[in-house]
Design a protein around this ligand. Sequence first.
Ligand code: VG1
Ligand code: CO
Length: 542
Amino acid sequence: MIQRLSTTPFNDQKPGTSGLRKKVRVFQQPHYAENFIQSVFDSLEAFEGKTLVLGGDGRFLNREVIQIALKMAAANGFGRVLVGRGGILSTPAASHLIRSSDAFGGLILSASHNPGGADEDFGIKYNVSNGGPAPEKVTEAIHARTLTIDHYRILEAGEVDIDTLGTSLLGEMAVEVVDPVAGYADLMEGLFDFGAIRAMIADGFTLSFDSMGAVTGPYAIEIFEKRLGAPAGTVRNAIPLPDFGHHHPDPNLVHAKELYDRMMAEDAPDFGAASDGDGDRNLIIGRHSYVTPSDSLAVLAANAHLAPGYALGLKGIARSMPTSGAADRVAEKLGIPLYETPTGWKFFGNLLDAGMATICGEESAGTGSDHVREKDGIWAVLLWLNILAVRRQSVAQIMTEHWVSYGRNYYARHDYEGIAKDKADALMEALRGKLASLPGTSNSGGKVEKADDFTYTDPIDQSVSRNQGARILFEDGSRVVFRLSGTGTEGATLRIYIERYVGSSGELGMATAEALAPLVKAAQEVADISGFTGMEGPSVIT
Ligand code: VG1
Ligand code: CO
């Protein structure tokens, strides 16, 4: 029986950079998840009888919300839900499933790189029929609906079995429990030369992949150990756990320290990588050689043609604004366009759909291509492996050669976490107020050429997104960018992105901290970070 239950709005259900993310206990309030899911459905048109994809990264509350979403989808008139077995789907696998099953859209239950567990974070994200995150006009409609909602619809039914493959009926709706891994692994096998990678591994090439207790474990085991023949144990922390085994599944130098240490050890493997909670990010570390995500994007773009799926070349490259300009130089050399978008994968969707870009990336360790409409951690690792299998060089050699051809964009991100929201807002407001007066002035970073708050106009639908980050651009091409995170669940996080370019004839072997020191100083001078935050330094440098 379909129930129509009364509810009242919550005033904090505005989706951020990537869906709605809150503490688990916020989601545990009566009607909280239901209100948001109904608001999603209310913002969509003509989905009756159509297919919805449903899955998550396995974190605490995943299974409970899967049950709710199934019963609400049935009560709202979906014809079929494809759900990953056990409620598991990585974000890229969900994107692929939406596309390959011609689904109307999908609900992805994840707070991605945020920690999981009873006292940690949960999230819900809606993806549209191209497999990508809902664009801003959709998330704005969802948010508007959350503020007026007065009822939701849910089917009264028992627990649905989501652990057995096959189809059953829930009211009039079909529930199809699918293998979360197989279709995705096949997609990867179609893009990359698995034979060449397998041969490289058989020749003694060693790798280590850290799933950080999150969703990529089953995918990585199937792909790296089973299909590519890497020895058992290559994939670490491979079982998706509700609390990720207490890992903070944000693959950066702080949270993936275990991997970092392994890669810097005397007996380090040739190649190391890690992924995040929902499997859309990647961290690449060669033996004794860390690769910044921005450099990784550039190297992947420059060498993608070595993989069968990209043998015909790239149509264009897109990167988020704070991501370094390393990829720009590759685009220039290849004679293809480079697009600069705001932070968040939803801004790449139109470019990919229009065939204007093939590869996209973000400084936050997200890289992907037009094979799905999300960033894709395992995809990036496989493209690296394919390149290594063809070039038969070490990661360090590839990086050095890249810098010699293109110059080097020294790059770091400094995060100030857990700032009181009013203080973070005050810092940004003061900085914005100053921007117009900066050009022509000098500070420790050099002479300022331009300063603005990044605005993006989508070249396809002309939609405009403002206030996407305060940028201070120096005459020598260096820059410092300030923005507030849109994925946190407690207080505010200030992100400062620092970049300095050194041409190919310049000094390419400096330590990053040393290369960036004058710009770090400039950031403090311009924005008085310690004055506003009371913090002496960043909590995370990556
Ligand atoms: C962060 C990253 C951004 C990424 C987003 C979602 O956003 O900076 O590049 O797209 O997370 O990634 P923010 O607003 O906190 O800076 V994921 O893998 O957490 O969904
Ligand atoms: Co993620």
